[in-house]
Design a protein around this ligand. Structure first.
Ligand code: ZN
Length: 85
């Protein structure tokens, strides 16, 4: 009889842990669907030449090209060369 009770308790604990893991994962991926939920939404910057919006880490900073201006980004090396418009 004790074995049966232990088995029931084990099953209940198993399902409790399973449900907790599933709900924990659900709240973890509550953000936008797609890759890694831990990543925050990237900050968008506008290309100073054509005005297209792109994530800041993908944008080319004008400082990379030697220009002293800060906070100015370009979408491509070409637009960096062409400069601000
Ligand atoms: Zn551009």
């Amino acid at each position: 009889m004790t074995k049966v009770i232990l088995l029931i308790v084990a099953v209940l604990v198993f399902f409790w842990l399973l449900r907790r893991a599933l709900t924990g994962r659900k709240t973890g991926t509550a953000g936008p669907p797609g890759k890694g939920a831990a990543q925050p939404a990237p900050e968008l910057v506008a290309c100073a030449h054509c005005g297209v919006l792109l994530p800041r880490d993908e944008a080319i900073s004008s400082q990379d090209g030697g220009a002293p201006a800060e906070g100015i980004y370009f979408c491509t090396q070409e637009h960096l060369k062409l400069g601000r418009r």
